[in-house]
Design a protein around this ligand. Structure first.
Ligand code: GDP
Length: 162
């Protein structure tokens, strides 16, 4: 009962997370995600086309590493996830840790990037940086799932699609 009330006052938020290609620890990362209290509301493995990867990271189009980043993202299947939790966007950013695994190991040794990233490019996981981006990227990857999200009922929370 108490949980229901809390859920009413602080409705769960959603973010888009990606387990990037070549990550050797997908299952461990998925277990970690659940252990940290995120609900996996959607899950799909997708090999992005170059066009999709460029669109997905369009905010970085002018970065010197853009080409490398796109090459990396199309190298194999990405696991695309919609994660649901209170404050999901910030919580998932915290769970990932800093972009650079060197910095992650210094400042957030328990974070996923500290543990699983190979380098600043191949850093294992992605997460939206704000709610607008989360909404846009969820729509880009999964299409319109808003009707399913009107109420995040326990039944929906338990649902996982593969
Ligand atoms: P994020 O939000 O923590 O993922 O970091 P950014 O949005 O700044 O960068 C997007 C992605 O580009 C990162 O997750 C890395 O895969 C890659 N990236 C970021 N900075 C660098 C860099 O300085 N060099 C290289 N090679 N890749 C980078």
């Amino acid at each position: 009962e108490a949980e229901k009330e809390i859920g009413f006052f602080f409705p769960p938020e959603q973010t888009l997370a990606v387990i990037k290609p070549d990550t050797q620890h997908k299952e461990v990362i998925l277990d970690e995600i659940r252990a940290r209290g995120f609900t996996v509301s959607r899950l799909k493995d997708t090999v992005l086309s170059r066009e999709m990867a460029e669109e997905f990271y369009k905010e970085h189009r002018d970065e010197p590493f853009f080409g490398q980043l796109v090459d990396y993202m199309v190298r194999g299947p990405c696991t695309m996830l919609v994660l649901t939790k209170e404050n999901a966007v910030d919580e998932w950013r915290a769970a990932m840790g800093p972009t650079d695994p060197g910095e992650a190991r210094e400042t957030a040794p328990e974070s996923l990037r500290a543990r699983f990233a190979k380098d600043i490019l191949q850093n294992a996981v992605h997460g939206s940086s704000n709610q607008t981006q989360a909404h846009d990227k969820i729509h880009f990857i999964f299409g319109d799932i808003s009707s399913e999200n009107e109420a995040v009922s326990p039944a929906l929370e338990a649902e996982e699609s593969f």
